[in-house]
Design a protein around this ligand. Sequence first.
Ligand code: G6Q
Length: 538
Amino acid sequence: MSGTPEWQALADHFAKVRDMHLRDLFAEDPGRAASMTVEAADLVLDYSKNRLTGETVRLLVAAAERAGLRERTEEMFSGRHINVTEDRAVLHVALRAPEGARIDEGGADVVPEVHKVLERMASFADAVRSGQWRGFTGKPIKRVVNIGIGGSDLGPAMAYEALLPYSQRALSLGFVSNVDGSDIWEATAGSDPEETLFVVSSKTFTTLETIGNAKTAREWLLSSLGDPASVRNHFVAVSTNAKQVAAFGIDTANMFEFWDWVGGRYSFDSAIGLSLMISVGPELFRQMLAGLRAVDEHFREAPLERNIPALLGLIGVWYNDFFGAETQAVLPYDHYLAKFPAYLQQLDMESNGKRVTLDGEPVDMATGPVVWGTPGTNGQHAYYQLLHQGTRLVPADFIGFLRPAHRVGNHHDLLMANFFAQTEALAFGKTPEQASAEGIPERLVPHRTFPGNRPTNTILAPELSPRVLGELVATYEHKVLTQGVIWGINSFDQWGVELGKSLALRIVPELTSEAAPELGHDSSTNALIARYRAARRP
Ligand code: G6Q
């Protein structure tokens, strides 16, 4: 990409606009906000508080077209194996395709399969919610614990929390992911085994953490209920691997299937969302799917300069590759979106944290940024100092809602006043002249000056409903695709997680074997392992 005339045009343009200030850009064009606001589905994106002009957007769109964003998008939607290093289709969009749509993979239409599994999930979720599904001793289920990690955890955990106001409160949900025994300990402590259902979610059903936690959960159950036959009532599986599910002892009649064309971090709306569906019910889950679908259609059809996911992606590229920004903050002004930044961390960083192109050549530009964030207004009293006055450029997405989940006093007005104030302060700052005019003593003026020109996107939606949550997730999924296409990388593999995993497997016996093994690592790792072994001795 970097050798193309489109990229060069962006570089030339950057040299002209890099020092422009948002104060001037807004002063010069009273219509700026109106022309830089896009609406799609239930979402409004105002990207006017970014350091760019209409020309920047035109050039970024030209770069996206040159990189083949449209072609790659169509390839994805039509089931081509765009995950080239794993030779797989990338069809999370099929998970929300309407009945009657047709998407072929491996010579067969996958849409009927998707709907078949959705139906099975719905019957099961209804049975658990209504108390019709009973534990081994005849009690209804009151606690559901999803055991999974990474893509088999972050999505449902995020969405469960996001949709808590829509959940069946009589059912408590827990999410166990960490191999650290404290996680399963806390998730089961105080729970009644007779009323607990474990959903073991693992695409491969071989993941060390998940299988370890599932075994511990089974022991916990059996230590109380005794009879191995009880596993049938208290364990279900979500997986692509029926053989391993059966080997674990879960009846494959209680297995909910998904497919290798759903990447882990793109899977929360597949059967991986079973625990979420149990919590909110099938109807709201379907509304969430409709939200995802609405943005899929928008992304596929809207012109790139009016396309919310594409614009977010391209604006991100602008800061990442021209301004040299290294991070991207995501700041949801909604308590229930506390886990959304963590979810996006995986979606974005595992997808676009790559250093070689699809052809295996080194990428000659910066790829995915470090994504981070926490809900407003908490961050304001913590790290926003750096956003306002630090030396780094931190582009930020502000996500807010017109209506709150709960009308509690004037809390929502206060929350949203902060939401609007922050992007205004970041963009326009406070000049030394303004500070002096406020009577600030001269020696403090430099400290109390805000340079402004700190870029933000504002995403507004009516309320955090299941549908809107789906829209937000699809927006970021397609943002990630947009950027991956520009950088020419494979956003759908994750080889970078393999090395640590295989080294850990090699180290396990070194920690646990009775005979002191010869340690063949570097001197640091050898010494650390020796120290651990010494402390482990009874
Ligand atoms: C996601 C990754 C990864 C994966 C976990 C869990 O895209 O592939 O986070 O989801 O490693 O894998 P399993 O679902 O196979 O247990």
